[in-house]
Write a protein that binds this ligand. Sequence first.
Ligand SMILES: *[C@@H]1O[C@H](CO)[C@@H](O)[C@H](O)[C@H]1NC(C)=O
Ligand SMILES: *[C@@H]1O[C@H](CO)[C@@H](O)[C@H](O)[C@H]1NC(C)=O
Length: 413
Amino acid sequence: MIIPMCLRFLVLLCAFLSAISAYQNLHTERISGSAGDVLEDDPVGRLKVYVYELPSKYNKKLLQKEPRCLTHMFAAEIFMHRFLLSSPVRTLNPEEADWFYTPIYATCDLTPNGLPLPFKSPRMMRSAIQLISSNWPYWNRTEGADHFFVVPHDFGACFHYQEEKAIERGILPLLKRATLVQTFGQRNHVCLNDGSITIPPYAPPQKMQAHLIPQGTPRSIFVYFRGLFYDVNNDPEGGYYARGARAAVWENFKDNPLFDISTEHPTTYYEDMQRAIFCLCPLGWAPWSPRLVEAVVFGCIPVIIADDIVLPFADAIPWEEIGVFVAEEDVPNLDTILTSLPTEVILRKQRLLANPSMKRAMMFPQPAQPGDAFHQILNGLARKLPHHSSIYLKPGQKLLNWTAGSVGDLKPW
Ligand SMILES: *[C@@H]1O[C@H](CO)[C@@H](O)[C@H](O)[C@H]1NC(C)=O
Ligand SMILES: *[C@@H]1O[C@H](CO)[C@@H](O)[C@H](O)[C@H]1NC(C)=O
């Protein structure tokens, strides 16, 4: 009984899939409204950035010791530094700068397995801020309100990969007034300052490019996901990791023929995403993951399962229109939610995803290209100008507390 029903369903699905494949490459839809236009903005001439010169122990030396930092998902901090050094928005005259940038590779401390550790970052940050505040007059003028920092770790400047611990720590006190450029984004969360810029994680552009398959290849996979469902090492009892959402995906859909989901990471991972209609992007330890970037680049509709997530460049990318948002508690209904989306809606999302400006905004290519993630960061900084006069402190006025925070963070670096 079950088998014939299942077959009938698959036949229907096949008809549906081939209809979609036939349509999807006919046109590239222009993104209407401000969103698409903002993506095309050219930041040159709209802001000037001063790059502090720091001893190489804060950046290049770390990379020399650990070249793997160039390829992990936090590598944006390194590429942003390189980009700014040769960017036309850079000024060598700090007196005319709108923004100050401190090049610190705070996540370039890896375990033997290549996992970035955030534990030294606070001391390193503190040390660098001490240095810029004593060698230049600009930090003290605003206590960092016209400075930006790239902090791409799981929970940004909270510097811990477990949410509870990150919340307990809070944003490093010395960074409270700065603009943080970070991958982490969640509404009403202590690790997200108002006015921060949420960016995509780094995904290797050449590698993704190398795995492109011919446009128009049918999308014969309905739902695709590769990754952990449980993290037994760090969350032995279960429930903390992904707040149970990934476990719910597995428990509910492991035997569903529409769901191509597994923990095994195949060599055809990127190709498979290009053959899928929906790519699940559930939270892990943090709400974000490289899947968001991969889904957009490979034209697979991202199914975002991360309540209250703040998505990369959300003021420029129409995430509501390209993605599907599913509440964490609705994961058991994922099949119904996705199969009841009208074909028209799916086709429209696919056409929007085919727009090259969306893909460009998700990537940090070398060399940089107009409209890429570097340019979107600059656009975000430019949109925050002019600075409000209230950011400038009165002579002698101090707002930050240099001795606040955990005792371990106060040790010299
Ligand atoms: C900035 O203020 C700190 C004290 O908070 C002081 O030690 C430092 O010398 C000041 N920097 C400059 C350049 O005056
Ligand atoms: C700064 O923080 C420390 C540690 O939390 C606290 O003891 C001290 O009173 C604070 N100083 C000010 C001026 O608030």
